[in-house]
Design a protein around this ligand. Structure first.
Ligand code: MTE
Ligand code: LUZ
Ligand code: MOS
Length: 767
């Protein structure tokens, strides 16, 4: 078998030896020019003038481009067209690109662009930086979204207990190791070729064609791989692509733009931070009767993907829990900051975080174990199994999965041991908690759930697969190659994946929503299957027997008593003029979504998981450490367990970083992002991975006809690191004593933990 077994990443040997080509490794053509962007130094203002001459006079500067130089449309917005490539008339955040300097080398371009505050004349306007203030001023990106089920107001009024609260969850920088980069080369007949780091080549093609004012067939976009995307290159690779495309077209020279890390932080957006107001009604067992939630997402200055991000947040507030009466309101706050965008989970984690925080308070208020309260509220198998948006859950494994994890992690015994430890340890306190996950798989914009592929079998029997998905380190190309190998009965080493290319597969969706292997795997299987059918028909024609009885396996072909190699059959088929290549297509069945009523079947299926984390905090300093983590995750019948475990571990750690140490701070007055480099923005490092860290895949298979019954695995683990934040809460609760009710937002930096410890003595405000 070629699927269901661990295979090294198709480029692992290149990654580890430094020979993998990323965009910046492509040899530069003669005459390549370099761009740097001139950025707005103030958060909101009227742009009066740009002293272009001062910049042009700098030796080595070839051109200075502004909004006036864009031949087509000054926009790189993915959905709503409110994302200027260069600010015109107004600037809307500190870091917004206003002009581009094109120079003979990168350093000259950067030095010239750094003079932005000297050459820009901007009349300041009032800026809104805080999302709650934006709401109070009715400064929204989109109309509010509402989802209600049952009668939450009535149920709340009659509930035995009620809790109210507010909660804040910060944003998160993608921190892809390879920053944003694009390289454009002028091509024949008014065309341009763009090699860039993007999750969405087709969108880059359209954005560049709009900016240039030429048809899409003049723009060729290629991406061999990214050094990480994490959602940050779904739409926001567009600005860089548009800048190099227009510079290359105007100057008729190859042009490259590679952002410096600080500029990447200052220019591009990230995960939306969320603010919450909630009320929850429950009974003495912790069973939720009613939930009322208001979510505010900090969108920044433009729309970008904020609409579908909020939709996914609303559709994940339930996480794995049955909420009989629920009201959810989503407000998209417009602020004078970078425009926030996709980040692993795409709003789903922000929705689920709210219910996890709420359930943990419920458990504390009733003095019940947090695991017990979650169990009480899990969706049922045959009843209480309909989501607030009306989808019936038919694949629920959360009971079995958490049951297994509780056993293998020794949760109950460790809970007792931790209680004994805490009773005798006044300064250091331990906490343990669970973070369950249910995550809906499919783009919530239904039409995006389609994909294409192209499989070529060459006359020597070697194979190339091209598909619409992009490789960002997640191993998509490996999985797709495994699928093609399985279908054609050859070893996976025989199949090579090539760069994603808009001239090979048209109209692709972003590699996003974790659907890469689901969609492109199926499309590639469709292509490979057509070739196999032709080979089977041909083999039975020349050797006799029925096409259905031909077996392609292990690089051999068995037909009616004859056994020959795959290469031999391919060579014969070629000479007989059999088509040895094929396209393939896939569209996810069954799914539908009504945006007006916020109801339907948006997800083909759900992926499940859970993590149990144990932490120790120092109540005198707020410092903390993850002592142990146990993760069990559902990847269905995994296509490649090694890759999937890697995705789960990576997602867990990235999730933990978000809710514990990654803090974004904008200057409250001048609006500048202060945490714009690893010196001040703290992502987890190898040292933060716990000494005891066990990740396993839950034995399961997809109930739906997904590719070889596997499940998407990219984003769901982004919920698992919540267990670390919840364990910190548990430790703070231990510091406060029975019935105490920690006040803790995310990220729970040491400062936040210390403040929570110092204020924790107050008992829970249970009504
Ligand atoms: N893993 C790595 N190594 N690098 C990445 O950039 N992006 C994540 C996830 N895992 C990412 C990653 C995100 S945001 C998504 S949507 C999925 O991978 C996309 O790939 P897939 O659909 O093939 O899983
Ligand atoms: N929906 C979704 C989307 O669920 N995930 C995505 O990444 C996405 N991107 C664009 C539009 N809708
Ligand atoms: Mo992932 S946020 O869907 O790119």
């Amino acid at each position: 078998a070629q699927v269901g077994i661990s295979r090294p990443h198709e480029s692992a040997h290149l990654h580890v030896s430094g020979r993998a080509y990323y965009t910046d490794d492509i040899p530069e053509s003669e005459g390549t020019l370099h761009v740097a962007l001139g950025l707005s130094p103030i958060p909101h203002g009227r742009l009066k003038s740009i002293d272009i001459e001062a910049l042009r006079a700098i030796p080595g500067v070839v051109a200075v481009l502004t909004a006036a130089d864009i031949p087509g449309v000054n926009d790189c917005g993915p959905v709503v067209h409110d994302d200027p490539i260069f600010a015109k008339d107004t600037v809307q955040y500190v870091g917004q690109p206003v002009f581009a300097v094109v120079a003979t080398n990168r350093l000259i371009a950067r030095r010239a662009a750094a003079k932005a505050s000297k050459v820009l004349d901007i009349e300041p306007l009032e800026a809104v930086l805080d999302p709650r203030e934006a709401v109070s001023r009715q400064s929204f990106i989109l109309p509010p979204m509402h989802l209600t089920r049952g009668n939450p107001a009535e149920a709340m009024a009659t509930a035995e207990h009620r809790l109210k609260g507010t909660l804040s969850l910060g944003g998160q920088e993608q921190f892809y190791l390879e920053g944003q980069i694009a390289y454009a080369t002028p091509a024949d007949d008014g065309g341009v070729k763009i090699q860039c780091s993007t999750q969405h080549p087709s969108e880059m093609q359209l954005m560049a064609s709009h900016a240039l004012g030429v048809p899409a067939n003049r723009v060729h976009v290629e991406c061999r791989r990214m050094g990480g995307g994490f959602g940050g290159k779904e739409s926001q690779s567009g600005l860089h692509v548009c800048v190099v495309a227009m510079a290359a077209a105007k100057l008729n020279r190859p042009v490259k733009l590679r952002l410096d890390r600080d500029d990447d932080f200052m220019i591009t957006g990230r995960r939306h931070g969320f603010e919450y107001d909630y009320e929850v009604g429950f009974d003495a067992t912790g069973l939720i009767i009613a939930a009322d939630l208001t979510m505010i997402s900090n969108c920044g200055f433009s729309t970008d993907l904020s609409g579908p991000v909020m939709t996914r947040a609303i559709c994940h507030f339930d996480n794995a829990y049955w909420l009989p009466n629920v009201a959810i309101r989503g407000y998209t706050a417009k602020t004078n900051t970078q425009s926030n965008t996709a980040f692993r989970g795409f709003g789903g984690p922000q929705g689920a975080f709210a219910i996890e925080a709420i359930l943990d308070r419920v458990a504390g208020a009733l003095n019940l174990d947090p695991v017990t309260v979650r169990h009480t509220n899990f969706y049922g198998r045959r009843q209480n199994n309909v989501t607030p948006y009306g989808q019936v859950i038919v694949d629920n494994v959360i009971h079995e999965l958490t049951g297994e994890l509780l056993r293998t992690s020794g949760y109950w015994a460790r809970r007792e041991a931790i209680e004994r430890f805490n009773a005798s340890s006044p300064v250091l306190k331990k906490g343990i908690n669970i973070g369950p996950c249910k995550f809906g798989i499919s783009f919530n914009l239904t039409h995006l759930n389609q994909a294409g592929a192209l499989v070529h079998v060459y006359t020597d029997g070697s194979i190339i697969v091209n598909h619409g998905g992009t490789e960002m380190g997640q191993g998509l190309n490996t999985k797709v190659a495994q699928v093609v190998a399985e279908e054609l009965g050859v070893r996976f080493e025989r199949v090579r994946s090539t760069a994603t290319d808009t001239q090979k597969i048209a109209n692709t969706s972003a590699t996003a929503a974790s659907t890469g292997a689901d969609l492109n795997g199926k499309a590639a299987q469709d292509a490979a299957r057509q070739i196999r059918r032709r080979l089977e028909a041909f083999a039975s024609q020349i050797y006799g027997g029925e096409p259905e009885d031909v077996v392609l396996s292990g690089g051999r072909v068995q037909v009616n008593g004859t056994n020959l190699s795959f290469e031999e059959l391919v060579a014969k088929a070629y000479v007989s003029r059999i088509q040895l290549w094929s396209d393939g297509f896939y569209a996810t069945p069954e799914i539908h979504w009504d945006r007006e009523t916020m109801s339907g079947n948006p997800f083909y299926y759900y992926a499940y998981g859970a993590a149990i984390s144990e932490v120790m905090i120092d109540t005198l300093t707020g410092e903390w450490r993850l002592v142990r983590a146990d993760v069990l995750h559902d990847a269905g019948r995994s296509l490649n367990p090694a890759l999937d475990v890697g995705q789960v571990e990576g997602g867990f750690v990235q999730s933990m970083g978000w809710v514990t140490s990654e803090e974004l701070v904008w200057h409250p007055k001048n609006g500048k992002l202060l945490t714009h480099a690893p010196s001040t923005y703290k992502i987890p490092t190898a040292n933060d991975v716990p000494a005891e860290f066990t990740t396993r895949l839950f034995k399961n298979e997809n109930v739906k006809d997904s590719i070889f019954k596997s499940k998407a695995v990219g984003e769901p683990p982004m919920l698992l690191g919540f267990s670390v934040w919840l364990a910190v809460r548990d430790a703070v609760r231990a510091a406060g004593g029975p019935g105490s009710d920690p006040v803790l937002d995310a990220p729970c930096t040491p400062e936040a933990i210390l403040m929570a410890v110092q204020s924790v003595k107050k008992p829970a405000a249970v009504a």
